[in-house]
Design a protein around this ligand. Structure first.
Ligand SMILES: [Zn+2]
Length: 282
């Protein structure tokens, strides 16, 4: 099992302590769900995101986490009085097992349609990490994609509006999701950023998938032009979820609002990417 430890930790970029299984324990540790913004809920675990966007006409669920967390995510949804059957669409940031693992179970329970990018469709439908098909520890329950989304496409349910921003590299179809976060009368430009970490990806000389290096670079450029007031991510530690929740509880209602956060994270992702690329060159 020791051999699995490093790649799995690298996959998340997590610094959390690993268990014998090689997985950070917070990935599957249940968490009391919280409302982040009006109608927008974190229904994930302590470490992995599942975002619920609610409306009177049905809901949208973005990511589910590990396969074994699907039941916890659905219980969290129901704890607010929402019905799993009212989820109309399932979305995904990246087709990696720690964010896609529970999609199939929630799809079966809800009857929701799975919408995904063309780039990640293969991985979702095969239940594999593209380019690591040989590594069964990266497999997850496959989920059929009902509709392929284009860059800039808007997913609407009632007054929920989510715009797909294609940010490939971390996975071939890595999809970030932009929406207007509301808090009382205030509105903020929010983004759930897929990721731009290198993690377990091979960049060179035998790339994870053709064009991966160009994809990362396109994503770094594209993100420079985007204005983001509220930075969110599929991993709790990628946007300091717990510190922000603590700050909000302590009396700061704007704990999640930081227009400078996007540039700080992207600069770090880009620096790490260039270092990894240099280190992987033969
Ligand atoms: Zn990933």
């Amino acid at each position: 099992m020791k051999a699995l430890l490093l790649p799995l930790l690298l996959l998340s970029g997590a610094t959390a302590q690993a268990t014998d299984s090689g997985l950070p324990p917070n990935w599957t540790e249940p968490m009391a769900p919280v409302e982040l913004f009006d109608g927008v809920y974190w229904v994930g675990t302590e470490g992995l995101g599942a975002y619920l966007f609610t409306s009177d006409d049905g809901h949208v669920l973005l990511d589910v986490g590990m396969p074994q967390s699907a039941g916890d995510v659905m219980a969290s949804i129901e704890s607010f009085g929402f019905a799993v059957e009212d989820i109309r669409y399932l979305l995904n940031t990246q087709a990696h097992f720690d964010h896609s693992g529970g999609l199939a179970a929630v799809k079966a329970a809800s009857g929701a349609a799975m919408l995904a990018s063309e780039g990640d469709r293969y991985s979702l439908e095969e239940g594999v990490y593209e380019g690591w098909e040989s590594r069964q520890e990266f497999d997850f329950p496959p989920v059929a994609v009902d509709r392929v989304l284009e860059d800039g496409e808007v997913v609407r349910v009632g007054d929920v509006t989510l715009t797909a921003v294609m940010t490939p590299g971390h996975s071939p179809g890595c999809t970030s999701w932009a929406f207007t976060a509301r808090q009382g009368d205030a509105e903020y430009r929010a983004l759930v950023f897929c990721s731009a970490s290198v993690a377990a990806n091979r960049l060179a000389p035998d790339p994870q998938y053709p064009g991966i290096v160009e994809d990362y670079r396109k994503t770094f450029e594209r993100m420079k032009d985007l204005d983001v007031d509220v930075w969110l991510a599929p991993h709790a530690e990628q946007f300091d979820l717990h510190a922000k929740l603590a700050a909000r509880t302590a009396g700061n209602p704007l704990a999640f609002v930081d227009p400078g956060e996007k540039d700080r994270h992207m600069a770090e992702f880009e620096r790490d990417f260039e270092a990894a690329l240099a280190a992987q060159q033969p």
